[in-house]
Ligand binder design. Structure first.
Ligand SMILES: Nc1ncnc2c1ncn2[C@@H]1O[C@H](COP(=O)(O)OP(=O)(O)OP(=O)(O)O)[C@@H](O)[C@H]1O
Ligand SMILES: [Mg+2]
Length: 471
C-alpha cells in the first residue's frame, strides 16, 4: 500500500500512543505507521513531553498508567489542547470509566485486544469529523455572503470575457492574481472562481494583508504553537491550514513585507510551512488567489515586491477595469441594486429617473461599483419617491454643473436650490483645500472664515478629512 505520507498535498496527521506495555505500543505503531506519523510514550510524563514537542492530532491513551490515572491525564490534556482527539484504551470495558472519559472530552474508546479495522475506522472517522467541524464554522460565516455566479452583473464586453475566464480557470489549480481599483469587484470575482471550482465544498478563506499589523501577519497566515510568543496562550491554526482543500484569498497582497513575501513563496514552491514557533512541517493543499489595487510593477521597480513571488502569483492575471471604462454596465447594476435594497428595506422604488441616470452615466465613480451600490442603498433607505431623483444621490453634482451648468439645473428643476448651494460650497472648499495642500488653517484663511466654520462645513458636506491636515 502506498503510504499516505507520500500523497501530494495531503497533511500527514500524527498519532501519539500512550501505553505502558511495550507490546501494545509496538503493535499499535505497526498498525498505524503506514497512515500516520506515530509517536510513543510509556507514561504520563513522557506523554506530556511528546505533546509539547510534536502536538499530535490524535492521542491513543491507556486508561491505566504507572504514574498517573489515564482519566487525570485526559483532563490535563483537554485543558491544554481542547481540539486534540483522544481515544481511550481500556482493558476491561466498564461502562463507568467509558462514560467518565467521554464526559472529560474523550472522543471514543477501544478495548484490548483491538480489532485492527475498528481502530483504523475510529481514528479516520474522528479526523474527518474534526475537519468537518472546522469547515462548518467557516461555512457558517460564509453563508451570509453566499454567492452564485450569476450575482456578478455585467454586460460589457470586458465583463463577459471575464465570466468566460472565471469558468475556464476555476477548476485548475493555478494561482490567480486579480487586479483592479478599489470597489471593482475583486473579491466577488475571486469568490466566483472558488464557487465554480471543484473546491467549492471546502472553505473559501480570506485574509486582508492591509488590515493586519505586520507583527501578527505571519501567525495569522501560518498559525502558531502555544507559547510561540508572549500572547500565544493557545495553539492557533493559520488561514493556510484552515483553507486546506479549499481556496485562500490573499487580499491587498501589495501590502506584505518582504519577509512575509518570502514565507508565502516558500509555501508556493514547497506546499509546506511551519507554524510560528513550531518545528512540525505542515503540508496543505490550498489554491491561492491574490488581489491588489496597486501597480505591482511599480512595487517591483521600487524593490518592495519580490520578483520571484510576482511570477508565482501571476500565473493567471485577471484585470477588472474601473466602472468609468464600462459605463454600459451602470444601468443593469442600478437595476440589480434597486431590487436588492428594495427587498432589504421593504421599499417599492421602481427605478431611477432619466435625469438621475444621466447624472450617474456622467459621473466618474472613483469608488467604482462599491460607491454605486452604497449610493443606491442610501437613497432607497431615505426616499419616498417612486423614481430616484438626481438631488437624492450622494454624489457630487458638479458633473451636471459642468455639462449644463448648476444654475440651469436649478432653473429647470433638475436640482433643488439647497442642493445646488451645497454643491457650490463643496466645489470651492475642495478647490481651496487642494490649493493649500490640504492644510485646513491656510484654507480657512484664504476663504476668510474661521477654521471652526470650515471644519463644520466639511463635516456637513461629508468632505473626508483623511488627507487633510488639521493644522
Ligand atoms: N459586477 C458586479 N455585480 C454586482 N455587484 C458587484 C459587482 N462588482 C462589485 N460589486 C459589489 O461591489 C462591492 C465591492 O466589491 P468587492 O468587495 O468585490 O470589491 P474589491 O475590488 O475587492 O474592493 P476593494 O479593493 O476596496 O477591496 C461588493 O458589495 C460587491 O458585491
Ligand atoms: Mg476587496
Amino acid at each position: 500500500m502506498k503510504s499516505k505520507q507520500m500523497v501530494e498535498g495531503e497533511i500527514v496527521k500524527s498519532v501519539l500512543i500512550v501505553d505502558d506495555e511495550v507490546g501494545a505500543r509496538e503493535s499499535l505503531r505497526m498498525i498505524l505507521k503506514t497512515d500516520y506519523a506515530v509517536f510513543l510514550a510509556k507514561d504520563a510524563e513522557e506523554a506530556i513531553l511528546q505533546i509539547k514537542e510534536h502536538p499530535p492530532d490524535v492521542i491513543l491513551l491507556d486508561i491505566i498508567l504507572p504514574d498517573l490515572d489515564g482519566l487525570k491525564l485526559l483532563e490535563k490534556i483537554k485543558q491544554k489542547e481542547p481540539d486534540v482527539i483522544v481515544i481511550m484504551i481500556t482493558a476491561t470495558k466498564t461502562v463507568k470509566t467509558a462514560v467518565e472519559a467521554m464526559k472529560l472530552g474523550a472522543y471514543d474508546y477501544v478495548t484490548k485486544p483491538f480489532d485492527v479495522d475498528e481502530l483504523r475506522l475510529i481514528i479516520s472517522r474522528a479526523l474527518s469529523t474534526q475537519a468537518l467541524e472546522k469547515e462548518v464554522i467557516y461555512l457558517r460565516k460564509e453563508v451570509d455572503r453566499s454567492f452564485v455566479f450569476e450575482n456578478i452583473i455585467g454586460k460589457s464586453k470586458v465583463m463577459k470575457e471575464m465570466f468566460g475566464m472565471v469558468k475556464q480557470v476555476a477548476d485548475s489549480k493555478s494561482t490567480v492574481l486579480v487586479m483592479g481599483e478599489s470597489g471593482t469587484g475583486k473579491e466577488l470575482i475571486s469568490r466566483a472562481i472558488h464557487y465554480n471550482s471543484n473546491r467549492k465544498n471546502y472553505p473559501f478563506v480570506t485574509i486582508n494583508c492591509a488590515a493586519i499589523p505586520e507583527t501578527l501577519i505571519e501567525s495569522e497566515l501560518f498559525g502558531h504553537e502555544k507559547g510561540a510568543f508572549t500572547n500565544a496562550i493557545e495553539k492557533k491554526l493559520g488561514r493556510f491550514e484552515v483553507a486546506h482543500q479549499g481556496t485562500l484569498f490573499l487580499d491587498e497582497i501589495g501590502e506584505l513585507s518582504l519577509a512575509t513575501q518570502a514565507k508565502i513563496l516558500r509555501f508556493l514552491e514547497e506546499k509546506e510551512f511551519n507554524r510560528v514557533g513550531g518545528s512540525k512541517t505542515i503540508k496543505v493543499d490550498v489554491r491561492l488567489i491574490t488581489a491588489t489595487n496597486r501597480d505591482l510593477n511599480q512595487l517591483l521597480k521600487k524593490g518592495v515586491f519580490r520578483e520571484d513571488l510576482y511570477y508565482r502569483i501571476n500565473v493567471v492575471p485577471i484585470i477588472i477595469p474601473p466602472l468609468r471604462e464600462r459605463k454600459e454596465d451602470i444601468p443593469i447594476l442600478l437595476d440589480h441594486f434597486v431590487k436588492k435594497y428594495n427587498e432589504e428595506s421593504n421599499k417599492r422604488v421602481k427605478g431611477v429617473s432619466k435625469e438621475a441616470l444621466e447624472l450617474m452615466m456622467n459621473y466618474e465613480w472613483p469608488g467604482n461599483v462599491r460607491e454605486l451600490e452604497n449610493s443606491i442603498e442610501r437613497v432607497i433607505a431615505l426616499t419616498s419617491n417612486e423614481y430616484i431623483q438626481p438631488d437624492e444621490l450622494p454624489i457630487p453634482l458638479t458633473n451636471i454643473s459642468k455639462t449644463n451648468g448648476l444654475r440651469e439645473s436649478v432653473l429647470t428643476g433638475k436640482v433643488s436650490f439647497l442642493k445646488a448651494e451645497e454643491e457650490f460650497e463643496r466645489g470651492i472648499i475642495l478647490d481651496t483645500l487642494k490649493k493649500t495642500n490640504y492644510v485646513q488653517s491656510h484654507a480657512a484663511e484664504m476663504l476668510g472664515i474661521s477654521r471652526r466654520i470650515l471644519k463644520y462645513k466639511m463635516d456637513k458636506l461629508g468632505i473626508v478629512q483623511d488627507n487633510t491636515k488639521e493644522l
